[in-house]
Design a protein around this ligand. Structure first.
Ligand code: FEO
Length: 404
């Protein structure tokens, strides 16, 4: 990437990962992902976070190119998750006099992951570190989405180094700032940066940070007092032009506020529950209700979580299996609970052969999460037919409810 210069003082030294198929062993990366790291250059030099272990050569070259003969004084660790921390030892090897700057909660993690105990400067809420003409200021952002998470503010540049906050899946092409950056592999060349990344940002947030809406809200409140003209996250573009859109999206997602629309998820053994799902989609389309539909037997569940966070209504279809919910849909519902998703309307449907259980159990799960049930659900015996499954009536209910 030839996109290192963000400003006179700030350089991008991160990398694009187009090799990894599944992130965290769970989430597919159809557009790759970036591990962002930044150099701040003043009388002293500071590196903000590192990158994934698989990129040691490219990453260290990026740093060397920017620093030349200068030494690296500080390494600021905002977040210890290994996609950003696993090259700390490599940086320390190359620049043995470096001081690691982080908070107390990261100290045992540095030892536990990398055996690093020395050369650490511990900062706490509101502490500053002078780099010469400019300085860094540190704010704790616990549980966004790990306990040691903090953010670093460079006041002279109104720049927030935000860690994972405001991050996105998707490798970054063309340049790192949002005036030029493009989502890698995005075929829609006319799409602006925010629109190009919005889906992958929503999928990143909902899958990785989704449970921590309350602490994200606390962090947003704390940061609202800062003048922010640039957000340098650990994943995705650097936001300058579209900061309001990015902060607005994170704010809405972390308040668990859904747009008007429906996330239909289903899984089907022999196609009957699938037919019911598609019939509902067709009835919603007739009524101009926005929807997304996900087959959980063939798709990774992360795309369904994205749309469950996006839309205000969830409709789940599962056959009865072992007198229970068919496992892919159970897994989806379990994940909604694990992410503390709230403020949703819900309906269930599904086929059974000799004993109906799935719709009742789906309603029970939804009830536990505080979702509002739109109906008792549609449970039908054996094969699908319009007579057994009145999806037009369910679509009408949904459409009316969305007008509230
Ligand atoms: Fe990208 Fe939480 O690490």
């Amino acid at each position: 990437m030839t996109m290192s210069r963000i400003s006179d003082r700030i350089r991008y030294v991160g990398v694009n990962d187009l090799k990894k198929i599944i992130f965290e062993g769970l989430w597919p990366l159809p557009y790759g992902v970036s591990y962002n790291s930044y150099l701040v250059i003043d009388e002293k030099t500071a590196l903000i976070d590192t990158a994934d272990a698989g990129f040691v050569g490219e990453y260290m070259d990026n740093i060397r190119k920017e620093l030349g003969a200068r030494k690296l004084d500080y390494l600021v660790i905002n977040h210890m998750e290994p996609d950003h921390s696993s090259l700390i030892a490599a940086v320390k090897n190359e620049y043995p006099e470096i001081t690691i700057v982080t908070n107390a909660k990261a100290v045992p993690m540095l030892k536990g992951y990398y055996g690093i105990e020395d050369g650490i400067h511990v900062v706490k809420e509101g502490d500053s570190l002078s780099l010469g003409e400019t300085g860094l200021k540190f704010f704790m952002a616990p549980m966004v989405h790990w306990p040691e998470t903090m953010v670093t503010y460079l006041e002279a540049e109104k720049t927030l180094f935000s860690g994972d906050a405001f991050g996105s899946f998707g490798a970054v092409d063309e340049g790192i700032t949002d005036s030029v950056a493009k989502l890698h592999g995005n075929k829609n060349v006319t799409e602006d940066c925010f629109s190009g990344f919005e889906d992958e940002m929503t999928r990143y947030y909902s899958n990785i940070v989704g449970k921590y809406g309350q602490t994200v809200q606390a962090a947003l409140k704390k940061l609202s007092g800062l003048e922010i003209g640039r957000i340098c996250s650990t994943h995705g573009p650097v936001w300058e032009k579209d900061i309001n859109k990015v902060v607005g999206l994170y704010d809405r997602l972390s308040r668990y506020e859904g747009e008007k629309g429906v996330c239909i998820v289903y899984a089907s053994m022999y196609g009957n529950t699938a037919k019911a799902a598609k019939a509902l989609a067709s009835e919603l389309q007739k009524r101009n209700v926005p929807y997304a539909i996900h087959d959980l037997c063939t798709e990774n569940v992360s795309f369904a979580y994205r749309d469950a966070f996006r839309y205000s209504t969830i409709v789940a279809g599962a056959p009865t299996y072992n007198n229970d919910i068919f496992p892919p849909v159970y897994n989806f519902m379990y994940g909604l609970g694990a992410r503390l998703l709230k403020n949703r309307r819900f309906a269930a449907f599904g086929s059974y052969t000799w004993a109906a259980a799935s719709v009742r159990l789906l309603n029970e799960m939804a009830g536990k999460y505080g979702f509002g049930l739109l109906s008792d659900g549609i449970s039908f015996a054996q094969g699908y037919s319009e007579e057994k499954c009145d999806m037009a009536e369910l679509a009408e209910r949904i459409s009316c409810a969305l007008k509230d």
